[in-house]
Design a protein around this ligand. Structure first.
Ligand code: NAD
Length: 306
C-alpha cells in the first residue's frame, strides 16, 4: 500500500489536511520575520542540545538544525556524550541561558538514565523555553496567559484547525492521550476562550473505560496515544474532524527499509467516515518543527521589545 498523498483529495470520504504544505507556508512566514529581525540587528538563535547518540534523536535534531538555518536563523546543535553527568548538562544550559545570541533552547528528549529530565527543563530560562515545557510556560497556558510558549505539536494542531476553518467553539473535542508533550497541552489550548478554542474538551487515557463511547461523541477527535491504528471507523462520529498525532514505525516487508510509518488512526477505514483527516506521514509531523521555528522567532522579537 502506498502512503496517502497529502495534496490530493481522497476519492471518497474525508478531505485531507496537508500538513506539509501548511508547514511550508509557516516556515516561509518565519523566514520573512527572521529577515526583518536581522535588519534590526538580531539574528534569531536556536540551540539544540543532544546528549548521547540515539539514532532517532539524531535525526530529529538534524532536522531542527537544518530547518532553523533554512529560515535564516543561527541554528546550532551542541552534543554531549551519552555518559555526560547531569551537572555537566545543567552547566551547559546555564551557559546558553546567559548567551545573548541564543533566543531558544531545546534539550532533545529522551535523556540518558543518569539525568532527570524535569530538573533540566526547570533550569531552562522560561523566556528561552521554545518547547514550552517549563512549569512557568505550562502554568501560563493553563491560566490562559498568551505571553508564554505553547508546546509545538499541540500548537501545530490548533493552527491546522484554524487554517481549515474548523469550528471549535462549543464543539465536542476528545483528546486521546495525557502526556505533557501532547495530550495535556492540547486539551489546555482547546478549552481556553478565543479563536481556535472555546471547545468542550474530554481527555481519554489508558485507564479510560469504554473509550469508544467518548470518541463517538467527538466533533473533533485528536489522537496521541502511540498505538498503531487503534482508532477504527466504528469509533468515529460521521463527519468528525480527525487529527492523528501518532507516529509508529511498524514492520512492512513490502518497503525497502522493511518498516513503515503509521499513525494511531486506521486511516483507510476512518477517512470514509470523517469529514477532514490528517495523513501520516504528511500531517501533524511537519507542523511540529514549523511551530518550533515560530516560537524561536517570537523569543528573539521579544528581546527587541523588552
Ligand atoms: P506518551 O506515551 O507519553 O503518551 C501516550 C498517552 O496515550 C498516555 O497518556 C496514555 O495514557 C495514552 N494511551 C495509551 N494507550 C491508550 C489506549 N489504549 N487508550 C487510551 N489512551 C491510551 O506519548 P506522546 O509523547 O504523547 O506521543 C503520542 C504519539 O504521538 C506517539 O506515537 C508519538 O510518536 C507521537 N508524537 C508525534 C509528534 C509529531 O510531531 N507528530 C510529536 C510528539 C509525539
Amino acid at each position: 500500500m502506498s502512503d496517502p498523498s497529502p495534496s490530493a483529495p481522497t476519492r471518497e470520504g474525508a478531505r485531507l489536511i496537508d500538513g506539509t504544505a501548511l508547514a511550508k507556508r509557516i516556515r516561509a512566514e518565519v523566514a520573512a520575520d527572521v529577515a526583518a529581525l536581522r535588519l534590526r540587528g538580531v539574528t534569531p538563535g536556536l540551540a539544540v542540545v543532544l546528549v548521547g547518540d540515539d539514532p532517532a534523536s539524531g535525526v530529529y535534531v538534524g532536522a531542527k538544525e537544518r530547518a532553523s538555518r533554512e529560515a535564516g536563523m543561527a541554528g546550532d546543535t551542541i552534543r554531549l556524550p551519552a555518559n555526560a553527568s547531569q551537572s555537566e548538562l545543567l552547566a551547559l544550559v546555564e551557559r546558553l541561558n546567559r548567551d545573548e545570541r541564543v533566543h531558544g533552547i531545546l534539550v532533545q528528549m529522551p535523556l540518558p538514565a543518569q539525568i532527570d529530565p524535569d530538573t533540566v527543563i526547570r533550569h531552562i530560562r522560561p523566556d528561552k523555553d521554545v518547547d514550552g515545557f517549563h512549569p512557568v510556560n505550562v502554568g501560563k497556558l493553563l491560566i490562559g496567559h498568551t505571553d508564554g510558549f505553547v508546546p509545538c505539536t499541540p500548537a501545530g494542531v490548533q493552527r491546522m484547525l484554524v487554517e481549515h476553518g474548523v469550528a471549535t467553539r462549543g464543539a465536542e473535542c476528545v483528546v486521546i492521550g495525557r502526556s505533557t508533550i501532547v495530550g495535556k497541552p492540547m486539551a489546555a489550548l482547546l478549552m481556553q476562550a478565543g479563536a481556535g478554542a472555546d471547545a468542550t474538551v474530554t481527555i481519554c487515557h489508558s485507564r479510560t473505560r469504554d473509550l469508544a463511547s467518548h470518541t463517538r461523541r467527538a466533533d473533533i477527535l485528536i489522537v496521541a496515544a502511540g498505538r498503531p491504528r487503534m482508532v477504527t471507523a466504528d469509533m468515529v462520529k460521521p463527519g468528525a474532524v480527525v487529527i492523528d498525532v501518532g507516529m509508529n514505525r511498524i514492520a512492512d516487508a513490502t518497503t525497502a527499509s522493511g518498516t513503515r510509518l503509521v499513525g494511531d488512526v486506521d486511516f483507510e477505514g476512518v477517512r470514509l467516515v470523517a469529514s477532514l483527516i490528517t495523513p501520516v506521514p504528511g500531517g501533524v509531523g511537519p507542523m511540529t518543527i514549523a511551530m518550533l521555528l515560530h516560537n524561536t522567532v517570537r523569543a528573539a522579537r521579544r528581546t527587541l521589545d523588552a
